[in-house]
Design a protein around this ligand. Sequence first.
Ligand code: PGA
Length: 248
Amino acid sequence: MSTNRLIAGNWKMNGLAADLAEAKALAEALAGEAATTRVALCPPATLIAQMNWQLRDSTVEIGGQDCSDKASGAYTGDISAAMLKDAGANLVILGHSERRAGHGETDADVAARVEAALAAGLEPIICVGETLAEREAGRAVEVVSSQVMASLPESLSGRAFAVAYEPVWAIGTGLTPTLEQIEEVHAAVRAAMVARLSEGGRTAPILYGGSVKPNNAAEILAVLEVGGALVGGASLKATDFLGIIRAA
Ligand code: PGA
């Protein structure tokens, strides 16, 4: 098992202070277990500092869900990478399809955010994935490879990061690609990472995301080049998330 395997939970726009009880339950359940997999929670930015305090004795890491490409200034409502780091995050999800589709983020925008994250000492989790129309047109590999090439700046070489392959049509739908389809795209993602970053693209984990649940995690995580998972809905409850972590 590779040591850089990562299971990250993306709470999206879910979670109030009371829901930190789930993070506490997760940390308590994992306490004392041999950590063969890195585990992270990415709550809304409003909860990062409180979660950081709550998880202070835990190996569970914390990530943001997006960051600005700017360091500071007159950008009302935006959050910088340094602010996430200051609040207690060490990771940040970038280029999630809900940001790309809902906020018009382009590959170039994502690459600029990756640069900002690296500058602040955050480890980026860079998301790519095809839409259903692209999959049905037989373009999944082409689309995802092109997103990897354009969303990963050269400065990632030698830095800690992850790529997450999340087919848009599998997110929050209960649908998942076949294991063969996951293997095919992950191989293409790896090839694009190496084409982009040479040796620097060989070791970073490629996470799979999109309707990962306790009952499908083991078979997905066993696929060649699947180096972990990015989990949405099933990360909100400690019991579900633990089921996925323990399948790794
Ligand atoms: P899901 O979301 O697990 O709820 O499908 C995954 C994601 O968007 O990261």
